[in-house]
Design a binder for this molecule. Structure first.
Ligand code: FE2
Ligand code: FE2
Ligand code: FE2
Length: 406
């Protein structure tokens, strides 16, 4: 079983864009005077990557460099997440997300060589950036991301003639300061072409960044390597809410344990573990104010919260090589009696694997402390779970698999 790196990177790009839209950051970066207001960020990773790839093409950079730029630009803000979004100190946020992002990349099999590029993606050419390194000491890939990231941030939503002019002037004025003359002049050439701006304006209507700009990686991950990446994301999801502790990690462990006690083969057990680790990955698309609210949700907030499973599906579907994991993870809130969400599937369409994950999710949630109640003990939990089975919500067999495994 192999997972194509191309698909994985596209999927992570979508995830990070959803995450940034849901994050609440509004900061003014002192060294560039750029206002990063993430509420307006939409398709930030994808648009920045498009700009970055145009610059690579304009300068005829070699294939190896293009690959590095593509992946690291798509993932450049991977360090932004979690409950610690409410930074008062801009410098600290910039410093921390560079450092954290590079640490995350270090754990990625096949991508660990990009960690340095992420670390330096807010450096300025003249050395006035966050880590004060300058010129050629800044990896060229980081320099390209810096330029593309800022252009995308100033550009925002559509390229009126005035906005184009403003961006072009801005890049010109910052040549030699924020950006190298080489990169600035490449961008100034690109910016003369209408097609560049039209593509940027219409990026959400087509998949062309993925289709036309993805270098051919010829790289595949083994299931084990994908498991390592899944741990990283389980951690990010768990950290994004202040009171779910190690929910994803625990569901991963539980679903693995049940799978092996049923006697699934090792590959399938690992897949079940991954489905457990990633089942709530769509929560990264949910505004932190809702994820972290410590009183009951309003009807409208609950409505938004429920959509997390839709986003789990959207992100995992893009990976293509794991349709089974995607199905099991995305159906964890479906119920046998059709009263679940988002598809309102019924028993006939819910596989044993989906049913097991649904049981694990409720079991684990009841064990955890919540702001409005303490974690429950096993006796109380199994009473609730039995009742749930009797009322047609959860599957009796799946529940007895859980009991046996425990
Ligand atoms: Fe950044
Ligand atoms: Fe960015
Ligand atoms: Fe969930």
């Amino acid at each position: 079983m192999k997972i194509k790196v191309n698909n994985l990177v596209s999927s992570l790009g979508i995830l990070l864009d959803l995450n940034q839209k849901a994050s609440q950051v509004n900061i003014l970066e002192a060294s560039s005077m750029v206002n990063y207001d993430f509420k307006k960020f939409s398709h930030h990773s994808i648009k920045s990557t498009y700009i970055a790839m145009e610059i690579c093409n304009e300068l005829d950079f070699d294939y190896d460099c293009k690959k590095k730029v593509y992946v690291s630009c798509m993932l450049h803000d991977i360090g932004i997440n979690s409950s610690n979004n409410y930074y008062l100190d801009t410098k600290q946020l910039i410093h921390d997300h560079c450092e954290k992002g590079s640490k995350i990349l270090e754990k990625f099999p096949k991508f660990s060589n990009l960690s340095n590029i992420i670390y330096y993606h807010h450096e300025n050419y003249d050395g006035s950036g966050i880590f004060n390194i300058s010129k050629d000491l800044i990896p060229i890939e980081s320099q390209i991301i810096r330029l593309s990231d800022i252009i995308e941030t100033i550009y925002y939503d559509s390229s009126s003639p005035d906005l184009r002019k403003h961006i072009i002037e801005w890049v010109k004025n910052n040549s030699g300061k924020l950006f190298s003359p080489l990169l600035s002049s490449a961008f100034l050439r690109i910016s003369k072409r209408d097609i560049f701006w039209l593509n940027l304006d219409n990026i959400s209507f087509h998949d062309f960044v993925f289709k036309k700009y993805t270098p051919n990686f010829d790289l595949e991950l083994s299931l084990r390597e994908f498991l390592d990446i899944s741990y990283v994301f389980a951690d990010i999801v768990d950290m994004s809410s202040s009171f779910t502790g190690e929910h994803s990690k625990n569901i991963g462990d539980l679903s693995y344990m049940i799978s092996s006690s049923i006697g699934y083969d090792e590959e399938k057990c690992i897949k079940m573990k991954i489905a457990g680790l990633l089942h709530d990955i769509g929560k990264l698309a949910i505004p932190r104010s809702i994820l972290n609210k410590n009183s009951s949700l309003t009807i409208e907030e609950f409505h938004i919260m429920k959509s997390h499973v839709y986003y789990t599906n959207l992100v995992l579907e893009k990976i293509e090589d794991i349709p089974d994991i995607c199905e099991w993870a995305s159906n964890h809130h479906e119920k046998l009696n059709g009263k679940g969400y988002p598809r309102m599937l019924t028993g006939e369409s819910l596989s044993e694997e989906c049913r097991i994950l649904a049981v694990c999710d409720v079991y684990q949630a009841l064990r955890e402390d919540r702001p409005y109640r303490k974690g429950l003990n096993n006796d109380t939990i199994f009473k609730i779970l039995n009742e749930s089975c009797n009322n047609g919500f959860l599957c009796k067999n799946a529940l007895s698999h859980l009991k046996n495994a425990l």
